[in-house]
Write a protein that binds this ligand. Structure first.
Ligand code: ADP
Length: 395
């Protein structure tokens, strides 16, 4: 069995997979521990039943103990030793280019990268350390959001600032959502039966970024040193004039940290519409002609279109497909329609019926005359992490 873990500052999401030697992977159960340090709740879905248990979770250690004991109580695992491997989503891995067994060196790299992902890496490390304690027999593998982007050429990851910032302080573009982009690239290979594709992949979830994939590898991406950069998101601003930070520190008499927090949590769709960071509510307003919701949706889709055209220009070769994925990309017809509508120079178009159609794991939605194929593909970061763990189990 393989456990896939995604931890945040107050939650631990997990999925348990069974894998047979012939590479069959089956999801057995999934769930989460939430409201850690606040109240505490464990939710486990197993065989179609959802079990919700209120339980005090003062810290991550207690939460992990509780998850393992509930998996045991519900008879989902017979023996803890059946968990052969644990795969962790780790947001920042610095310049590590692949999923890695968490030895001392990798542990140190995750720790060192905490300064670049202070909200994400510390809780991930805490959870890794605890699972290692409880499951000493298992292989523990870190899968980094940054790893897939390590193929970007220097000219795409160096910022036009003093080069000493890069040399001394590691200031460069790292990029995120790499596990998702890697999954989508492989899935597309499977769909078309061809490797080394040139793709523009729009991962539009709460956090959102676009990846330019050239011959199967990350060539450029919109997120940067941190996941705040690039396109506008649910509550994050994406790229803005960097002088705004200094200006607003002075205007509001706040610290750079406080302004940074506002750019992360009180901007984007939420900041403009004043309604929500969840696009479904902003679309509701847009459908009722609410002025600020409409403005938010227009800016949101324009920013995405601008980056798509920039990335296509930079690839300067035939693009095999533009792909939409993650919560918004997979489900919002309006966003896809509006983004494509804002790319008049590309001569591409979406078939509305296909765009509205229900689909399983992927659907091709362009019209026959569209110059570039357009797809919606459901991403699956968990299965990617699970497969990476299996690779190490086989070694
Ligand atoms: P994350 O992993 O970053 O939290 P997800 O990929 O799960 O993000 O996407 C979450 C977002 O997807 C939500 O903010 C929500 O607005 C959006 N979403 C989910 N379902 C739909 C839908 N049917 N239509 C439009 N947006 C949706």
């Amino acid at each position: 069995m393989i456990l896939v873990v995604n931890s945040g500052s107050s939650s631990i999401k997990f999925s348990l997979y069974e894998y047979k030697n012939n590479n069959d992977i089956e999801k057995l159960a999934s769930g989460m521990a939430e409201q850690i340090k606040v109240n505490g709740k464990i939710i486990i879905t197993y065989q179609g039943n959802k079990h919700e248990i209120d339980i005090s979770l003062p810290d991550h250690k207690v939460a992990i103990e509780a998850i393992l004991s509930k998996l045991d109580e519900l008879k989902i695992i017979k023996d803890i030793k059946d968990i052969q491997g644990v795969g962790y989503r780790v947001v920042h891995g610095g310049t590590i280019s692949k999923s890695s067994i968490i030895d001392e060196k990798v542990h140190k790299q995750i720790q060192d990268s905490s300064k670049l992902a202070p909200l994400h890496n510390p809780p991930a490390l805490l959870v890794i350390d605890k699972f290692k304690e409880f499951l000493p027999h298992s292989k523990h593998v870190a899968c980094f959001d940054t790893a897939y982007h390590q193929t970007m050429p220097e000219r795409n990851y160096i910022y036009p600032v003093n080069i000493e910032w890069y040399k001394k302080y590691d200031v460069r573009k790292y990029g995120f959502h790499g596990t998702s982009f890697n999954y989508i690239n492989k899935k597309f290979e499977e769909i078309v039966g061809k490797e080394k594709n040139n793709l523009i992949v729009c991962h539009l979830g709460n956090g959102a970024s676009i990846c330019s994939i050239k011959e199967g590898k990350s060539f450029d991406t919109t997120m940067g040193l941190t996941p705040l950069a690039g396109i506008m998101m649910g509550s994050r601003s994406g790229d803005v004039d960097p002088s705004i930070i200094n200006y607003m520190c002075t205007s509001l008499n706040k610290s750079p940290n406080e302004i940074n927090e506002m750019l992360n949590n009180n901007s984007g769709l939420l900041g403009i519409s004043g309604v929500s960071s969840d696009i479904r509510y902003v679309i509701e307003g847009y459908n009722k002609n609410d002025k600020m919701c409409t403005l938010a949706i227009e800016i949101y889709t324009q920013k995405i279109a601008n980056f798509i055209i920039q990335m296509i220009n930079q690839q300067n070769q035939k693009i095999d497909a533009i792909i939409f994925t993650a919560g918004i990309g997979e489900n919002s017809q309006i966003v896809v329609e509006k983004v494509v509508g804002k790319l008049p120079l590309l001569n591409i178009s979406v078939d509305q019926e296909l765009n509205n159609k229900k689909y399983e794991d992927y659907i091709k939605i362009n019209t026959p005359t569209s110059k570039i194929d357009i797809y919606k593909i459901r991403t699956n970061e968990e299965i990617m992490i699970c497969k990476d763990v299996i690779t190490f189990l086989k070694k």
